[in-house]
Design a protein around this ligand. Structure first.
Ligand code: C2E
Ligand code: MG
Ligand code: MG
Length: 776
C-alpha cells in the first residue's frame, strides 16, 4: 500500500520515462552480458567496462529521473558530490557484477546478479544521501532491508535466467527480472522514507520546468551511454556475423570434412562432414566421438590416421587438429580427410609396381623377391626348380593378327597358367612372351608335373575375339634347380634360360633340364645374335652373286644373291651358321628386307637386265606383309617384277601350307617367279609340288657331290628331271663343280645349272668378262 501511495507523490509521465529508460537499458545490459561471456581473453576487459557503463547508467538514470519525478511537497535539492559518487558506484558495481556473472563457473551468474542487486541498492541509498529535502526525513528500517533483499534476489534471478536454458529463461525473462529488481528497489526504497516538512507547505510545490528539462537531459545523456553500448554491440554482432559467414563459406568450400567442437560437442560442421558420416540426423550438439571413437589420438602436432564409423560402415580417415585457446571456451577445429581414394590409389600403384600391367601376373620384381625368399639362407626347401618359359610362334600371331590379338593371347595364356598353379608354385611374366615359373621340389622330376600343367595352359588354342579365329602357341621350357645347378639367383636364371634355348632348338622335346655343357655353346650363340644385330648397323653385311646358266646353250639365265657377313676384323661367318640364328631371334625379318632391297637396287643398275634370285626364309614367308614389302621394294628400286625370282625352301610349305600358298599366290600376282630351293633334302613331298605351280625346281647340291659315289644319285637326278618335265617345271642343278657333272646334266637334258665350275659367288656378278662389263 505504501508503495502505491508513494507512487502518488510522483510525476507519472516522468516515472514513465524512467521506466522506459530502465527497460531499454536492461535489455541492452542483458545482451551485453552474453557478449562478455563470448569475448576472447584480450577484449573481455573492454566489454566488461562498456557493459558496466551501460548497466550503471541504466540504474543511475532510472533512479535520477524517478527522483526528479518525486514531488514530496517540500523543496528538494541534490548534493552534487554524493550524486556523482552514486553514479560512479553504479558503474563500478555493475562492472564488477558483470565480471563475476560471466565467469565459467555455473553459480557465478546468480552470484554476479546478487552483486548487481547490491550495486543497485548501494547506488540508491548513497543517492538518497545526496537528497536534501526541506523537512525531517525518517526511514522505515524494515522497508529499507526489504528493498535491498528484493533487489539482490531479483538481480540474482535475472542474471541466472539470462544464462539458463528452458522455461522462464532467456533474454526477455532476464530483462523483465532486471527491470523488476531496479524498479522495486527504487519504489520500495522511496516508500521507506517519510518527509515531515519544517514549515507548512507553501502552496503546491510541483516539478518546475527546470527540473523536467533536467530529467530529460539526464535521460538524454543516459541514452548516449547506453546507446553507445548498443551501437558497439550491433557493430560487433555485424562483424561477427560477417566472420561467421566467411568461416561458413570456407568450411563449406572445403572438400575435407570440417568440424568445430566446443565443450565436447560439435558446434559447426560442413556438408562434406555430414556427407562423410552419411547421416541426416543433426550433427550439431553431438559429441564427435560418436563417429570417431579414438579421437583422443588426434593431436595438434601431427596427423592421425583413424577410423570413422559412418552410417554405411567404417571409413579410414586422416585427422588434423587445431585448438584455439584465445576464446573464453576453447574451440577445437578438426579437419577430416577421407582416405579411401588415396588408399585405393596406393594399392593400385603397389599392385602395378609388383605386377605386369597387361596380364596381371607378378612381374620381375615380385619374382626376384619370391625367389630370394625361397632360396635364401633360411629357405625351408631342399631344392627349388626354376622354369624359364618362352612361347613359340607368338611373334607370328602378333605379326599376322596385330598387337591387340597378341595381347589377348598373352592375357588368356597367363590366366590359364595362373589357374594351373598349386599352392607354393609361382608364375611371373618377365616381358614379351617370356615367363618364369618356380616350385619347391624334392626330386628334379617333380618339376615335370608343373611342366605338364603349363603345357596344357599354354598350348590350348585361344579364340581371338576380333578376328574370330583361333590361334595357339607352342612353348619351350628350360629348368634349372637350386641349389644343384646354381647357388646364386642370377646364375640360376641364366642356366634355366640356357636350357630353354636348348628346348627351343630341339624338335623332340619342348622342355629341357639344364646340363653343364649347355653353357658354352649357348653363350656363344647368344653373343653371335647380339653381334649380328649390330652387324646391320655397322654395315658388315653384303651380297655376293653366283651365276646361273642354261645347260644347253651356256647362256647366263640369272644370278643368285647370297648374303655375306664379314666382320670389321675381317672374319667372315657362313650364312649356314648365322641364318638359322637370325631366324630364331627374329632378326631375319630386318636382314631379309635389307637383302631384298639391296639385291633389287643393285640389279636395277646393271646394264644387262639379268634375272636375280633372292632367298626367302620361312619366317619371312610367315610375315603377313611380305607381298606388300616386295611390291614396295620393286617400286622403289624400279626393278621389273619379271626379273625377280624368290627362292623358298620346303620347310615353309610344311609348317603352315595354307598361309604359305596364300602368300605365294599374292607374290605371283605381282609378277615375280617362285623357285623351290634345295629340293631333295627335306620332305620332298610330291604334294608340295602339286599344291603350287613353282617356276623352278632347284635340285640340292648334295646330289651333285654324290654323283660319282654310286648309281643312286644319278637315278634320283634322272627321276627329278623327269618329274619336272612332266609337271612342266624347269629344273636347276646346284653345286656343279666338275665338267663331268655338267656333261651328265647335259645328257639328261637338265635345264639350268649353278656351281663353282660355272662361277663362284663373288661381290660382282659372275665371270670375269661379264663382271667387268657389268661393273663398268
Ligand atoms: P642356297 O640357297 O642353296 O645357296 C647356295 C649355296 O651353295 C651357297 O652357299 C653357295 O655358295 C653354295 N654353292 C654354290 N655352288 C657350289 C658348289 O659348286 N659347291 C658347293 N659346295 N657349294 C656351292 P652359301 O652362300 O654359304 O649359302 C648357304 C645357304 O644360306 C643358302 O643355300 C641359303 O639357304 C642361305 N642363304 C644365303 N643367303 C641368304 C639370304 O640372303 N637369305 C636367306 N634367307 N638365306 C640365305
Ligand atoms: Mg638359294
Ligand atoms: Mg640351294
Amino acid at each position: 500500500m505504501r508503495f502505491l501511495s508513494c507512487l502518488r507523490d510522483h510525476n507519472l509521465p516522468l516515472v514513465g520515462l524512467a521506466a522506459w529508460f530502465c527497460l531499454v537499458g536492461s535489455m541492452i545490459t542483458i545482451r551485453l552480458l552474453d557478449r562478455i561471456r563470448d569475448a576472447e581473453r584480450g577484449t573481455r576487459i573492454a566489454w566488461v567496462f562498456l557493459s558496466g557503463a551501460a548497466a550503471g547508467a541504466t540504474i543511475w538514470c532510472t533512479h535520477f529521473i524517478a527522483m526528479i519525478a518525486y514531488q514530496p511537497g517540500v523543496e528538494v535539492a541534490y548534493e552534487p558530490r554524493l550524486t556523482g559518487l552514486s553514479l560512479l558506484l553504479a558503474i563500478l558495481g555493475s562492472a564488477a557484477a558483470l565480471h563475476v556473472a560471466t565467469r565459467r563457473w555455473r553459480p557465478s551468474a546468480a552470484l554476479g546478479g546478487a552483486l548487481f542487486g547490491t550495486a543497485v541498492t548501494v547506488m540508491h541509498y548513497i543517492g538518497m544521501q545526496a537528497f536534501v529535502a526541506h523537512g525531517m526525513v525518517r526511514w522505515s528500517q524494515g522497508d529499507v532491508v526489504a528493498s535491498g533483499l528484493f533487489a539482490v534476489a531479483l538481480g540474482a534471478l535475472a542474471f541466472d535466467r539470462a544464462q539458463g536454458r528452458g522455461r522462464f529463461s532467456g533474454h526477455w525473462w532476464a530483462t523483465a527480472l532486471m527491470v523488476a529488481s531496479i524498479v522495486l528497489l527504487h519504489f520500495t526504497g522511496m516508500s521507506a522514507m517519510t518527509i515531515v516538512p519544517f514549515a507548512p507547505a507553501v502552496g503546491h510545490v510541483g516539478s518546475s520546468t527546470a527540473t523536467i528539462v533536467m530529467a530529460i537531459a539526464v535521460a538524454g545523456v543516459g541514452t548516449l551511454v547506453v546507446g553507445t553500448g548498443l551501437a558497439t554491440y550491433i557493430l560487433d554482432a555485424q562483424a561477427r556475423a560477417d566472420t561467421r559467414r566467411r568461416l561458413t563459406e570456407l568450411l563449406e568450400g572445403n572438400v575435407d570434412g570440417m568440424v568445430i567442437v566446443q565443450d565436447d560437442v560439435v558446434t559447426a560442421a560442413n556438408a562434406a562432414f555430414t556427407a562423410l558420416v552419411g547421416t541426416d540426423a543433426a550433427v550439431l550438439g553431438q559429441p564427435l566421438t560418436r563417429w570417431i571413437a579414438d579421437l583422443a589420438a588426434a593431436r595438434p602436432d601431427r596427423l592421425a590416421q583413424l577410423t570413422l564409423t559412418a552410417a554405411d560402415g567404417e571409413i579410414p580417415i586422416e585427422v588434423a587438429v587445431r585448438v584455439d585457446r584465445r576464446r573464453a571456451t576453447p574451440q577445437t577445429v578438426y579437419s577430416i580427410r577421407d582416405l579411401r581414394a588415396r588408399i585405393a590409389q596406393e594399392r593400385r600403384i603397389a599392385h602395378l609396381a609388383r605386377n605386369d600391367s597387361l596380364t596381371g601376373l607378378p612381374n620381375r620384381t615380385s619374382f626376384l623377391e619370391w625367389m630370394a625368399r625361397q632360396t635364401g639362407p633360411d629357405s625351408p626347401h631342399r631344392a627349388v626348380a626354376l622354369l624359364s618359359i618362352d612361347l613359340d610362334r607368338f611373334k607370328e600371331v602378333n605379326d599376322m593378327h596385330g598387337h591387340a590379338a597378341g595381347d589377348q593371347l598373352l592375357t588368356r595364356i597367363a590366366g590359364r597358367m595362373q589357374a594351373a598353379l598349386l599352392p607354393n608354385e609361382f608364375v611371373a611374366r618377365l616381358g614379351g612372351d617370356e615367363f618364369v615359373a618356380a616350385m619347391p621340389v624334392a626330386e628334379p622330376d617333380d618339376a615335370v608335373t608343373l611342366i605338364d600343367r603349363l603345357r596344357d595352359a599354354i598350348t590350348a588354342p585361344v579364340l581371338l575375339e576380333q578376328e574370330g579365329v583361333e590361334a595357339s602357341c607352342g612353348m619351350s621350357i628350360g629348368v634349372a634347380l637350386w641349389p644343384r645347378d646354381a647357388d646364386e639367383l642370377s646364375t640360376l636364371i641364366n642356366n634355366a634360360d640356357l636350357a630353354m634355348y636348348r628346348a627351343k632348338g630341339s624338335i623332340a622335346s619342348d622342355a629341357c633340364f639344364y646340363e653343364e655343357e649347355m653353357d658354352e655353346t649357348v653363350r656363344l650363340r647368344r653373343r653371335m645374335v647380339k653381334e649380328l644385330r649390330a652387324a646391320i648397323e655397322l654395315g658388315e653385311l653384303s651380297l655376293h652373286w653366283q651365276v646361273q646358266e642354261s645347260v644347253g646353250s651356256g647362256e647366263i639365265t640369272g644370278y643368285e644373291a647370297l648374303l655375306r657377313w664379314t666382320r670389321t676384323n675381317g672374319d667372315s661367318v657362313s650364312p649356314a651358321v648365322f641364318i638359322p640364328l637370325a631366324e630364331q631371334s627374329g632378326l631375319i625379318l630386318a636382314i631379309g628386307e635389307w637383302v631384298l632391297r639391296t639385291a633389287c637396287a643393285t640389279a636395277a643398275a646393271w646394264p644387262v637386265p639379268h634375272r636375280i634370285a633372292v632367298n626367302l626364309s620361312p619366317v619371312q614367308l610367315g610375315h603377313v606383309d611380305l607381298p606388300r614389302l616386295v611390291q614396295q621394294v620393286l617400286l622403289e628400286t624400279g626393278l621389273s617384277p619379271a626379273r625377280l625370282e624368290l627362292e623358298i625352301t620346303e620347310t615353309a610349305m610344311i609348317t603352315d601350307p595354307v598361309r604359305t600358298i596364300h602368300v605365294l599366290r599374292q607374290l605371283k600376282a605381282i609378277g615375280v617367279s617362285i623357285a623351290m630351293d634345295d629340293f631333295g633334302t627335306g620332305y620332298s613331298s610330291l604334294s608340295t609340288l602339286r599344291s603350287f605351280p613353282f617356276d623352278k625346281i632347284k635340285l640340292d647340291r648334295s646330289f651333285m657331290a654324290e654323283l660319282n659315289g654310286g648309281p643312286q644319285s644319278a637315278a634320283i637326278i634322272r627321276a627329278v628331271l623327269a618329274l619336272g618335265e612332266s609337271l612342266d617345271i624347269p629344273v636347276l642343278a646346284e653345286g656343279v663343280e666338275t665338267p663331268d657333272q655338267l656333261d651328265f646334266l647335259r645328257e639328261q637334258k637338265c635345264d639350268e645349272a649353278q656351281g663353282f665350275l660355272l662361277g663362284r659367288p663373288g661381290p660382282l656378278p659372275a665371270r670375269a668378262v661379264e663382271s667387268a662389263r657389268l661393273a663398268g
